[in-house]
Design a protein around this ligand. Structure first.
Ligand SMILES: N[C@@H](CCC(=O)N[C@@H](CS)C(=O)NCC(=O)O)C(=O)O
Length: 233
């Protein structure tokens, strides 16, 4: 490949390629997402992109797909995690940062009003640092752990930590249709994906009518196809 050939979608630079690898690509070809769709953090980005109507080519990476431990991938994301977004020669990791970037880039879902934007960002941070931390262990035990090794005490602790947070979210959504007000914003994608994951676990849960209404709304959107209708894995 010529050192200045346009980058192939979903391909990493050859070992030792000189930066900038590939050179600029046509605008409609600049976006590329790395990450397996079984990841909540990848799903939120794909849901966001589909809602924005952005064409976002995606290459599976992570867990069984590998890729994340290659030097070329580590050059994109030293954390070795998914997702990673490439926009031309700009690389971005951290799923919520990617959601913010895509919304701002598209001029939709990224509130112009400072306080509304801060409100949306606050919920995104809360999803990542509080809700995801509480709910993750139950998901890992139910979905990623063989039954003979499943630790029901870990699941119980995760449920105890998560249910008050979901109850609080239910109260929040009793007052407004979307996370940051009357219209969807970037804050809705991480939260809708958390609900998809929690509601998909094979365990009973309290009745949260506003969360049910909210999740049903997102599930019915064309942008949810291939994301929120996927089984957990
Ligand atoms: N805070 C990061 C977390 C990224 C993360 O933990 N990604 C997980 C999947 S949800 C991962 O890459 N796991 C390793 C793998 O898939 O190989 C983000 O939101 O992007």
């Amino acid at each position: 490949m010529s050192p200045h050939a346009p980058p192939l979608r979903g391909s990493l630079p050859p070992e030792g390629a000189d930066p900038p690898w590939g050179g600029p690509a046509a605008d409609h070809m600049t976006l590329q997402l790395w990450g397996r769709l079984s990841s909540i953090n990848v799903r939120k980005v794909v849901l966001c992109a589909q809602w924005l109507g952005i064409e976002l080519p995606r290459t599976d990476a992570g867990m069984g797909f590998g890729v994340v431990d290659t030097p070329a991938y580590r050059a994109l994301n030293p954390n070795g995690l998914v997702p990673v977004l490439q926009d031309g020669d700009f690389t971005l990791w951290e799923s919520n940062a990617i959601v913010r970037y895509l919304c701002a880039r598209a001029g939709r879902g990224y509130p112009a009003d400072l306080q509304q934007r801060a409100d949306a960002e606050r919920w995104m941070d809360w999803q990542q640092t509080t809700l995801n931390r509480a709910s993750g262990p139950a998901f890992v035990q139910w979905v990623r752990t063989p039954p003979e090794r499943r630790d029901m005490a870990t699941i119980a602790a995760s449920v105890r930590a998560s249910e008050p947070l979901f109850a609080w979210l239910d109260a929040h959504l009793s007052q407004r249709p979307f996370m940051a007000g009357d219209e969807p914003t970037m804050a809705d994608f991480p939260i809708a994906c958390e609900l998809h994951r929690w509601f998909g676990l094979p365990q009973p849960r309290p009745t949260w009518p506003h969360l049910e209404r909210y999740f049903a709304h997102w599930l019915a959107q064309p942008s949810a196809k291939g994301v929120l209708d996927l089984p957990l894995s």
